[in-house]
Design a protein around this ligand. Sequence first.
Ligand code: PRT
Ligand code: ZN
Length: 283
Amino acid sequence: MLRIAIQAKGRLNEKTVALLADAGISASVGSRSLIAHAKGFPVDLLLLRDDDIPQAVAMGTADLGIVGFNEVSEKDVNIERVLDLGFGGCRLSLAVPREADYNGLEWFNGKRIATSYPVILSRFLKENGIDAEIHTITGSVEIAPAVGMADAIFDIVSSGGTLIQNGLVEVKSVIESQAVLIATPGLDAEKREELDKLCFRFRSIIESRGMKYVLMNLPKSSLDEALKILPGMKSPTVLHLADPEWLSIHAVIPESQLWERIEKLKAVGAEDILVLMLENIVK
Ligand code: PRT
Ligand code: ZN
């Protein structure tokens, strides 16, 4: 039986629960209980604050954890980073007041920097030979310069909207983060086997995200042109129709390129184009 630590509530909770559900692991995750027994896979879920997940996994209280890489990096514990999960993307950046005469990293010498990530920040400052004062605060880091508590901040940035609202400018991105699956080092063979099964499911879900399954009818004479436009897992599937002049083409297309490719396909004569959701890609 594997025990997976996940965030009890917060930004990563919903997507984590959705990923587990897509992988066939459903649990009624009530906010009050610490442990939930899952159906569909031999796992227990341990519901924790994200700050406690790296430690819980390092100690083996949980075999696996799903948590932001930023937390893993800050806690500096011995865990195995197993898989990047493709959600919860953000970065940890240095930001300064808009009116500051910022001229490069040396600007931070002698300055006070407010952050909830002192370990990552001090590592970065040391690597760059910068001597600054780190003020560790746990919440609302972005208001510290405005209230005179700090000259700059080091905090999570996603869209950048919070910085703008607080009159700050991002000057240096230090680490990129996303939700990651972590494991206790040296899991026994039985647990490792369950972990491999779980990773196989996660990978096929992650890979299918952002992809669409597209079907269309195409005049036979346009096949060569259509093949140049279409990617596919290997290459697109080409099927005969009852009408010998037409073919049916099936392909997997990244969502980001969908409309551009559809326009090109229409231009070479594709008709009756169907775009379907893709749930899993099993390799
Ligand atoms: O209660 P618990 O301790 O479990 O949760 P928490 O309050 O410590 O963390 P939570 O739920 O806020 O975030 C969990 C994780 O989500 C983080 O550790 C990151 O890995 C990830 N994540 C992704 C983010 C963001 N995006 C994010 N935008 N975490 C926080 N933010 C905050 C940021 O602190 C800043 O205040 O959003 C603001 C910036 O957002 P933008 O879009 O305005 O730049
Ligand atoms: Zn937290």
